[in-house]
Ligand binder design. Sequence first.
Ligand code: SAM
Length: 354
Amino acid sequence: MTLSRNELRGWLLEQDPQRLAQLWAAADAVRRDSVGDAIYLRGLVELSNICARSCVYCGVRRENREIERYRMTLDEIVGCAAAAASLGIGTVVLQGGHDPHEDPNAITAIIHAIRAVSPVAITLSLGEHPRARLAAWRAAGADRYLLRFETSNPTLYARLHPRLAHEEHDRMQGLAWLRELDYEVGSGVMVGIPGQSVDDLVRDLELFRTLDLDMIGVGPFIPHGDTPLAKHPEAFPKAEQDQVVADVLTTLKVIALTRLLCPWANLPSTTALVTLGGSAAREASLNAGANIIMPNFTPTHYREQYEVYPGKSVTEPAQVVASLHEMAARLGRTIGHGPGHAREHSRASGQILR
Ligand code: SAM
């Protein structure tokens, strides 16, 4: 579906519940026709909170001395992947900080070790890395990579995401490399970060479509007390016009519009959205275009140190997965089997996207 800039803007500002019910219904219908009724689960493993970056929004930024830094061992990571597979989950997401001292071969070894015990798809979400390293991980068997561009506004991005010394590339370059290397490519944005205007969000939505992404993660910005954004709000002014609100409703609108613009993409019901709005927000997002959920398999004692934003759930994964099966049944949906690759959807529907 094509939506003009004005239409996107209009929907993002819409407040009428009846009109919004039409948006949720349209996104839900497109979701059903394009990716079907299955909700795919991805087992999240937060393998390290060591990070060289100073992103002003993120609780694991290098300057935060309030958390204990950790790197999970290979055996611990493989154990989490096996636990996810034993609950029928077909994808493991290995996420972590931008860890400059982690030996790139250690990630290769983790990919090989997971592959040896389980047929799961492997998604990496490890920040920005040189092309050769991304290529080595792809060759080792990684299937997908998640790298949110966070905002399409370059001035705002530079304010939020200070460059590292000697850094030669940005996230857009990283996304282009991932595509060249034949990864399934995921990206996304935060909703409502200070300085983000509704027009910025319209451009984010247009960029999702231009980049032809396989997965698009959209979550509300949640302030973390130990970050500059929370400590020095005066340094991060709101947008002069139409500052985006970091709330459940706006995030739902972005998910629904993303589904209309990118019918075959995998769209998660993000943890940040559920942290803000609980299970009602989860169900609302699944009824407005989302088809992916990422239960957390990180051991609890590490999870507490991976505090990107406050308030994340620490419920045991087996309990979470059981309740997701119940929820899917209640919504007339199913829990998907296998990896749930985005390109399977487009092939199954006869659409050749690239
Ligand atoms: N280091 C990798 C990276 O930067 O892509 C992966 C980990 S990073 C913590 C994962 C995502 O968390 C980011 O892309 C960002 O969108 C999100 N995030 C970070 N801080 C957040 C906050 N305060 N509120 C909501 N989302 C946040």
